[in-house]
Write a protein that binds this ligand. Structure first.
Ligand SMILES: [Zn+2]
Length: 389
């Protein structure tokens, strides 16, 4: 028999999400004190042992751990509580947490306070049931994801919170479909140094802007052979995303800086990405006497996938099938998520599964269907029961 939410009411889940949306936590600056406070109050009231992990003043992560009565596996539930800024064009208050027409509205309702609310209520359901189970479940609400994960998931990994975990669920919006990987990403800064001179005597200088233009032309002409049709976007990509250089109109510029966003498929490595970029740079370096410095930003995401046979993937499919009463879709995410870090840095087989709708995320009028939210919580309850035996 499918075990749905027995100890938690639908209104408790929507009410929690409304409170979380009202506790604004836009990143930057990722001040999550209020939103983390909502979770801390709830977990304390429920008697779940909880820690407040402040990675930097204002950036509060919440870690709650529930142990069963018997030895067993260790499961991590991970979601971020920071959000992107509200932006313009809303028809409702983005931080009002309104419940209307079967939806909860507001910034973070999809990405991903809904998933976090569903996870914590699944944990509360397990606690209230009083049932003994094997192993341990750890819920992590992280403070920092939208602008990088250094003070969030990466911090928790560094501090040992993920040690010894057997599987993890990351609640990024997937519309409750099961996703078994994401593409990788490197952000790379390229700085060119030339020699300034009077623009009336350009032969005395080394023009860093012209050299950058030549390199960017080669980058734009890259053709990638790698394909992985499992992914929503099945090829790698490279984009030059910012550029600045020069001083004034009549001086040959001695500096130019541009940044690159490189999306990776599984099998591609940072070393390969740098070799390929170096090939675009080498001719300018040799022929123009320009000095080129390349720096990969820290904390970038590696591509990852897990096998559909992994216990956490099997449990996700079974739970989604039971709750949604149809065959769940399986996918692979184009964007990067903290699941990368959990899978590649902490070595934990990780599934992406969350109630939010990716198509409505990072936009005005972001909203989550109450049905999807409650189904998400029920899927997690089901997975806890499957995995902690
Ligand atoms: Zn997210």
């Amino acid at each position: 028999m499918v075990r749905m939410l027995e100890y938690v009411r639908q209104e408790e889940i929507t009410g929690l999400l409304q409170k979380m949306i009202r506790a604004e936590s836009v990143n930057p600056p990722a001040d999550t004190r209020r939103c983390a406070g909502v979770l801390l109050d709830l977990l304390e009231a429920e008697g779940v042992p909880t820690e407040r992990v402040e990675a930097k003043p204002g950036l509060v992560n919440v870690v709650a751990t529930l142990s069963g009565g018997r030895p067993g596996k260790r499961l991590i539930l991970n979601g971020h509580i920071d959000t992107v800024p509200a932006g313009e064009g809303w028809s409702v208050d983005p931080f009002g947490g309104e419940l209307r027409d079967g939806y909860v509205w507001g910034r973070g309702s999809c990405d991903m306070k809904s998933g976090v609310a569903a996870m914590v209520m699944a944990l509360v359901d397990l606690k209230r049931s009083g049932a003994s189970f094997a192993g341990e479940v750890q819920f992590q609400a992280v403070a920092d994801e939208e602008t990088g994960s250094a003070r969030g998931t990466l911090h928790l990994i560094e501090q040992g919170y993920c040690d010894g975990a057997d599987f993890a669920i990351c609640t990024e919006p997937t519309s409750n479909r099961v996703e078994l990987g994401n593409r990788g990403l490197r952000w790379i800064d390229v700085t060119l140094s030339g020699t300034a001179s009077h623009a009336g005597r350009p032969q005395l200088g080394v023009n860093a802007v012209a050299a950058a233009a030549e390199i960017i032309g080669r980058i734009e002409a890259f053709e990638f052979e790698a394909r992985d049709e499992r992914f929503e976007i099945s090829a790698p990509s490279i984009s030059v995303t910012t550029i600045e250089g020069g001083h004034t109109v009549n001086v040959i510029p001695d500096r130019c800086h541009f940044s690159v966003d490189r999306r990776m498929l599984p099998g591609e490595t940072e070393a390969q990405v740098l070799v390929e970029l170096e090939a675009a740079i080498a001719p300018a370096r040799a022929e123009r006497r320009v000095v080129v410095d390349i720096a990969v930003r820290p904390g970038c995401w590696d591509p990852y996938t897990i096998a559909p046979e992994e216990p956490v993937a099997v449990a996700a499919v079974e739970a989604a099938r039971a709750v949604l009463r149809r065959e769940p879709e399986i996918g692979y995410k184009a964007a990067c998520t903290d699941a990368s870090h959990l899978a590649t840095r902490a070595g934990i087989p990780t599934v992406l599964l969350g109630p939010g709708n990716e198509q409505l995320s990072h936009k005005p009028d972001e909203r989550i269907a109450v049905d999807a939210l409650v189904s998400g919580a029920a899927i997690y309850v089901h997975m806890l029961r499957e995995l902690l035996v």
